[in-house]
Design a protein around this ligand. Sequence first.
Ligand SMILES: [Zn+2]
Length: 266
Amino acid sequence: MPYRTCRTGCIVLKNVDFGESDRIVTLYSPDMGRFSAIAKGAKRSQKRFVNKLEEFSLLDISYRPAKHNRLHFLNEAELKEAFLSLRTDWQRYCPAMLANELVLRFTGEHDPDSRIFSLLHWLLESLHHGASPLPAVVFFHLHLLDACGYRPGLEHCATCSCSPDKNRGLSFVLQPGNGTLLCSRCSGNATRSRFTLSLQSLKFLQTAQGMTTKQMHRLQMPENVASECLYVLYSYSKYLLQCDIHSWSFLSQITGKRTGGKKTGE
Ligand SMILES: [Zn+2]
């Protein structure tokens, strides 16, 4: 009986060498979600796979579905877009790596969400075409959390309902346990922590939450604000995932001290 062959479009999240000549790739596709496949002979085959299975590549693949939860078998890969600049420019590589890792960690296997695929594709394309890296990855991170059911509630304090706009003397923290804001009056604590958001950052995040990817270019976010937003989103995600996010150590090199993990008052 002939094997069934399927096709899908996908983005390469990760690849690892396996044995002497094979490679295992982790992919995200709009109709399959996250899944892994083995590319037999990928390290030898000049025709089928060479330079195609690198991180960030947008592919059209033909594969043989796995039986009994094993790895899918990759027959062929057609490279639609390599996004080469993301692998050669550190300023673009770091946010792209963070995005890949967040998709890897926040999504389940075979749990497709076309919004997540579109969001990742948008980010890689935007970085490749020269979008400002930090605001773009803030937008990505915020909307990924939304797609995964962890949208932070940033409009008002969850306890007294006061709005940051009308209470500029107060400071606000994102409560990682439920993703809502708490004002310093309700918490009785004005000390800054890794979850503290300045009024400016809060406003940018609120605006970004209401925007689509097509509108995002209108958002002019200063680098220091983008860094603060990223640091709080990273801290929130680390809390949700209960594990470290390895690519953060790269990204923090380009976002400066605010995200360098040396803050006090945690
Ligand atoms: Zn309050």
